[in-house]
Design a protein around this ligand. Structure first.
Ligand code: 4AD
Ligand code: MG
Length: 436
């Protein structure tokens, strides 16, 4: 008997197949069980008739609670009314392990309870759909870069110094020294770009974020492309091309999952290039005049970084992500190149996702001048010795270059229409959560 997966049932209409999985739900009527079976690839309705499977098997299924592991043999019928579009007419079956009192029932549970049971909650429809979208996003990103000649060059996770400011560093004892968990692979991606031209890193990154917001994890995954011979404009073009192609891939391959998530796909269909590009100054002017915040405690202060309500206002002006560029150099990282047209600004870009989700990408053109970079390192009181290797990149064949970092969880949450990033990663780590 062919063993197959629920997502492949359309290839087996009229045939008899074996399915292996778990009981998702069951209702029974006299001599019939209507079983919703899940196998990781989807959910199928299976009809078990006592007259077909015999008394013992029928009773075993009657006693098998939610999430019992099972194996079924049955004929595949197309049925538009059934979830997924197919029904299995069961001929025989086995309960592999009969589970009782599964802690997550179809009734509503609070988010804390669900997070405590994340190891089981992953089996439910919404986390399942989210993880399938996350996978599609990862595949789309890897393919996007591969097609454009980028080499994947992963950066180390133990690092000797900070990349994104010293306030969010995790310290780790490292034999006789102190190491830090990486906040970003960027500095290493820059070295790799000088070796291979176009590269990207894709790995876990860590920030000791004390904030308890819907956007912050202490461990998250970041994709960081870096290109030699690139300007800020090149970086922005790469960002919009990548995001639009990722969304297109998800729309093409994950329709069923988006439906489970009740995502309004018409919003995603609008994510096509070009994305609007506005300067920090333009965004500031919009915020200063905005009636919702003018004169309130949320009022925007010129020269400062945008807060979440500010990002929401800007992003709600458009139906696709917006790229805000040229922030004040004083509020951005030491490695960003100054804007030759206005040295108080830097050649940076933040991409704000649509529908008010806030920043999903941060990037810039990098300072490629040795003296200016050294000055920035001294100004920020960073340990000069630790940055000697990074300065070497400006001593030996320095070229204009740049790239960005895309936060995977924020991107997945945005595409899925999920409010909080903790649901966009299998096992979230936040200031309050280290388990399961
Ligand atoms: O803007 P960030 O801090 O930029 C960098 O780390 C650069 N070195 C990237 C580069 O140019 N190669 O972070 C980049 C992205 C943010 O836009 C956000 O999506 C995500 O990483 N991010 C977080 N996601 C979840 N939790 C956090 N605590 C995050 N901090 C940043
Ligand atoms: Mg940022």
């Amino acid at each position: 008997m062919t063993v197959t997966r629920i997502e492949l049932l359309s290839q087996f209409v009229g045939q008899t197949v074996t399915l292996r999985g778990w009981v998702y739900d069951r209702t029974s009527k006299g001599k019939l069980h209507f079983l919703l079976m899940r196998d990781g690839s989807g959910i199928a309705q299976c009809v078990i008739f006592k007259g077909n499977v015999g008394e013992d098997v029928f009773q075993a299924f009657a006693a098998a609670g939610q999430e019992s592991s099972i194996e079924l043999v049955g004929t595949v019928k197309a049925d538009a009314r059934a979830p997924g579009g197919f029904e299995i007419d069961v001929q025989s079956g086995r309960v592999l392990q009969s589970a009782q009192n599964y802690p997550i029932t179809p009734k509503e549970h609070g988010i804390e309870y669900l997070m405590e049971h994340r190891h089981l909650w992953l089996r439910s429809k919404k986390p399942w759909a989210t993880m399938r979208v996350r996978h599609a996003v990862i595949m789309a990103i890897r393919n996007f870069f591969d097609e454009r000649g980028f080499t994947c060059m992963d950066a180390p996770i133990f690092t000797p110094n900070a990349c994104e400011g010293t306030s969010t560093l995790f310290e780790v004892p490292y034999f006789e020294q102190t190491a830090y968990l990486t906040q970003s692979g960027q500095l290493y991606a820059e070295a790799a770009a000088m070796a291979l031209g176009r590269v990207y890193t894709f790995g876990p990154t860590f920030r000791a974020e004390k904030s308890k917001t819907r956007r912050h994890l202490t461990e998250f995954w970041m994709i960081e492309p870096e290109m030699a011979f690139a300007t800020l404009d090149d970086v922005m073009t790469l960002a919009e091309d990548m995001l639009s192609s990722v969304v297109a891939h998800v729309l093409k391959t994950r329709r069923a999952e988006l439906a489970v998530l009740e995502r309004d796909v018409s919003k995603l269909e609008k994510i096509v290039t070009p994305f609007p590009r506005i300067t920090y100054e333009e965004a500031s002017r919009i915020l200063l005049d905005h009636p919702d915040i003018k004169g309130t405690e949320l009022a925007f202060k010129p020269g400062e970084d945008f807060g979440a309500p500010h990002e929401t206002i800007i992003s709600n002006l458009y139906d696709r992500p917006v790229m805000v560029h040229r922030y004040p150099a004083a509020i951005k990282a030491f490695y960003m190149k100054r804007d030759p047209a206005d040295p108080t600004k830097c050649l940076s870009v933040d991409v704000l996702g649509s529908e008010g989700v806030g920043e999903i990408i941060g990037g810039s053109q990098r300072e490629d001048d040795l003296a200016l970079l050294l000055e920035r390192i001294r100004h920020e009181k960073l340990p000069e010795e630790a940055f000697q290797w990074y300065l070497d990149l400006r001593r030996f064949g320095s070229v204009p270059h740049g790239g960005f970092g895309l936060g995977l969880e924020r991107t997945v949450a945005w595409i899925c229409g999920i409010e909080h990033v903790r649901e966009a990663i299998p096992f979230p780590r936040t200031i309050y959560r280290l388990t399961p």
